[in-house]
Design a binder for this molecule. Structure first.
Ligand code: NAD
Length: 484
């Protein structure tokens, strides 16, 4: 069985063999690798090595464009090995191969984008008075910790790691226990390209290893992507040491379909927004808000479309793959069972057993209707291919429903009326709003993050570089040379 080592201080490190954790392929249930469960000492060692590497002149003397060139070279490497890396992600997460391919390309784009940005992160000068030059300089924050979830491992690792390296920081990544493989591939490539200690990879159980990292007094920033409860725990730990956090948390995002929408476009948009990665996407369109007068025809067509969605193992590259693991599968099948008893299921609602893949974690894509807007099915993240339908009659009602959860990550608006689209976009509480599309093809360049409990701060785009820099104001007094 392949044992995935951690990368600490430039060395490949295995933990205690007694505590190895299995990594499974969700499509087959097979164990495909094992990882170490890092100890407190491993974390201490990584932070110590990062501090030494960050303070050492070597890394400081890398020119900004040299950091950028390395990241761009990495993007080329990833593209050259895209098929191999896609298979790795597909087996690790269970997602259909073409969705894994899109993730690999997105990762290459992040390295390329932030590589290009590395020497364009500029400070400012501020006019004060004659004889005083006031410069605002952007410096790296220092040791940045990146805690990554299992649903888009390479994309989420790449987006924050690329920005942190571009700005000259030291990076420690803690990958999710279920999906460490592509982060290990990143570590393999970066290991001998960067000074040791500048990029490190730690593996292990989040609830054990996570707090060692987040409560460490010598780290300087945490980027956490994951669930709200874990995000709160991370923020509390960071607060003890006054360490800043960027939190990318969950969502229960609405797709709001008005009667004047282009129906074909809206229908396909709604399907894709919930089916992608089997609904295990922070920005999944998990609620459909549908205008009353088109409800019957829209839901009937939607149900027909759901019934022909092909579900299969990642490598067979169908529209939808399995859920990640047994825990998710047990949670979601129990919830669907109850929804069935309560009479909410329009279509789907059952677990799926696929011949030859009996140990995979498959469920039917599901539509729920008749749910009260305050019911947990309409309020909480399910993180599966489950779409909850809610109905509205007026624009104001649509807005109130859209804003009725604790989340505020993304919203989709489907309307051909320019007034409706703009007005609703201005009233919806969400970090990203899409009109007559959902996701804008990934949008590496677009700021991404949440209103309300969906998070703090923004990732992606140029603005994310600010997460990994701190501002220093330098005021320089000067005088004519003959007055010295
Ligand atoms: P999770 O919160 O369980 O775990 C996320 C990461 O945190 C994992 O690496 C885990 O090992 C680690 N972790 C667990 N306990 C920890 C602790 N006490 N301290 C520090 N780290 C700890 O989330 P998940 O189940 O892996 O991912 C799904 C969640 O992530 C969903 O809520 C989803 O919406 C969210 N998500 C958000 C975004 C975004 O960009 N906003 C992207 C993807 C996923």
């Amino acid at each position: 069985m392949k044992k995935i080592p951690m990368l600490i201080d430039g060395e490949w490190v295995h933990g205690d063999a007694q505590t190895y954790l299995d990594v499974k392929n969700p499509s087959t249930g097979e164990v495909i690798a094992q990882i170490s469960n890092a100890s407190k000492e491993h974390v201490e060692e990584a932070v110590r090595a990062a501090r030494v590497a960050f303070e050492r002149e070597g890394w400081r003397q890398w020119k900004a464009y040299e950091r950028g060139q390395l990241l761009i070279e990495f993007a080329h490497y990833i593209r050259k090995h895209a098929e191999e890396w896609s298979l790795l992600e597909c087996r690790d997460v269970g997602k259909p191969l073409s969705q894994a391919r899109a993730d690999i390309e997105a990762a290459a784009r992040y390295f390329e984008f932030y590589g290009g940005a590395a020497d364009k992160v500029m400070g400012d000068t501020i006019p004060i008075e004659d004889g005083l030059l006031n410069a605002v300089v952007l410096e790296p924050v220092g040791i940045t910790v990146h805690i990554v979830p299992w649903n888009y491992p390479i994309q989420i690792t790449a987006r924050s790691v690329a920005a942190a390296i571009a700005t000259g920081n030291a990076v420690i990544v803690k990958s999710a226990e279920d999906t460490p493989l592509t982060t290990h591939a990143i570590a393999e490539w970066l290991a001998d390209k960067l000074p040791k200690g500048i990029f490190q990879h730690i593996t292990g159980l989040g609830r054990e290893v996570g707090p060692y990292l987040t409560s460490h007094p010598d780290i300087n920033h945490i980027t956490f992507t994951g669930s709200v409860p874990t995000g709160i725990a991370v923020m509390k730990a960071a607060a003890e040491n006054v360490v800043p956090v960027t939190l990318e948390l969950g969502g229960k995002s609405p797709n709001i379909v008005f009667a004047d929408a282009n129906m074909e476009q809206a229908l396909e948009g709604v399907v894709r927004a919930i089916i992608q990665n089997a609904g295990q996407t922070c920005s999944a369109g998990a609620r459909l808000l549908i205008e009353e007068r088109i409800k019957e025809s829209f839901i009937s067509r939607l149900a027909q479309r759901f019934q022909v969605i092909q579900v299969g193992p990642g490598e067979a590259d169908m529209e939808m793959g399995p859920l990640l693991n047994e825990q998710q599968y047990t949670k979601i099948t129990a919830l669907l069972q109850q929804a069935k008893v309560d009479g909410y299921v329009v279509t789907g609602g059952e677990p799926l057993t696929l011949a030859g893949y009996e140990n995979g974690f498959y469920v039917q894509p599901t539509i729920l209707d008749g749910v009260d807007p305050n019911d947990p099915l309409a309020q909480e993240e399910i993180f599966g291919p489950v779409l909850t339908v809610l109905t509205f009659s007026t624009v104001e009602e649509a807005i109130a429903l859209a804003n009725s959860t604790d989340y505020g990550l993304v919203a989709g608006i489907w309307s051909q009326n320019i007034d409706t689209a703009h007005y609703v976009a201005s009233r919806v509480q969400a970090g990203q709003v899409f009109v007559n599309n959902y996701g804008a093809a990934g949008g590496i360049q677009m700021p991404f993050g949440g209103y309300k409990k969906s998070g703090i701060g923004r990732e992606k785009g140029f603005v994310a570089l600010r997460n990994y820099t701190q501002m220093k104001n330098i005021a320089i007094r000067y005088a004519p040379p003959n007055q010295h």
